[in-house]
Ligand binder design. Structure first.
Ligand SMILES: Cc1cc2nc3c(=O)[nH]c(=O)nc-3n(C[C@H](O)[C@H](O)[C@H](O)COP(=O)(O)O)c2cc1C
Length: 202
């Protein structure tokens, strides 16, 4: 079984064709996600898949307004244009997966250090799930983009999607059939990343 070609094939895609993604396909993606490893096997991930244009529009309107406020407060140039682009991008994604961490599924700990580490392990578990989703999407001829912007949109996502208070949005994953060919990717040589036994050593 060769995994490397599958990993190599997965690329981030930001433009999608109009071809729809069925709910069965979305279920297959999430099923793949659920095979991810998770700390204490707690599987803290929960996902809302947005495929309804009205919901996409509501989310896009509110999130681009929040983005515009943030850009203006930091006096970033071209704010209107940037916010309009961000809005269109969400609307054009055939399906948006909102991947959340459910805090209520975590172990209850007393100390700050243990609580924090449990939370970090939960975010790592959710990340492993997102990677599985992206790999499954690629294997099905779909593509996606993992978007960290979910971290800035907790309140907006909570309100638009009626999320329980224990849900922390961790990632938006835009999914669809690709309509762009990604640039050639630069992969780090293994020797830049890896040393054996000590960092100072071989
Ligand atoms: C945590 C995380 C957050 C990301 N956020 C964004 C984002 O907000 N917008 C975006 O266009 N791409 C985002 N990406 C995608 C990266 O830009 C992309 O993975 C990287 O450029 C490498 O390209 P590749 O996925 O094709 O190998 C994110 C990726 C990760 C892992």
């Amino acid at each position: 079984m060769k995994v490397l070609p599958i990993l190599r094939k997965r690329r981030t895609v930001r433009r999608f064709s109009d071809r729809g993604v069925s709910r069965d396909m979305v279920r297959t993606l999430i099923r793949a996600g659920c095979f991810a490893p998770s700390a204490h096997d707690l599987r803290p991930w929960r996902v809302v898949a947005i495929d309804d244009m009205k919901v996409k529009e509501r989310l896009a309107d509110l999130s681009s307004a929040a983005y515009l406020r943030s850009l203006n407060s930091r006096k970033v140039g071209g704010a209107e244009e940037k916010a309009a682009r961000a809005r269109l991008r969400l609307i054009r994604a055939p399906v948006i997966l909102v991947v959340c961490l459910d805090r209520s599924s975590l172990r209850q700990e007393d100390s700050y250090r243990r609580k924090r580490n449990e939370w970090i392990m939960a975010t790592q578990s959710v990340s492993a799930m997102v990677q599985n989703i992206l790999l499954q999407a690629s294997a099905m001829g779909l593509a996606g983009c993992w978007r960290g912007v979910a971290l800035f949109l907790g309140a907006t996502l909570g309100a638009v999607l009626d999320l329980p208070p224990s849900f922390e949005p961790q990632a938006l994953v835009e999914v669809g059939y690709p309509s762009e060919v990604p640039r050639k990717r630069m992969v780090q040589p293994v020797d830049v990343v890896l040393r054996f036994n000590t960092w100072a050593g071989e």
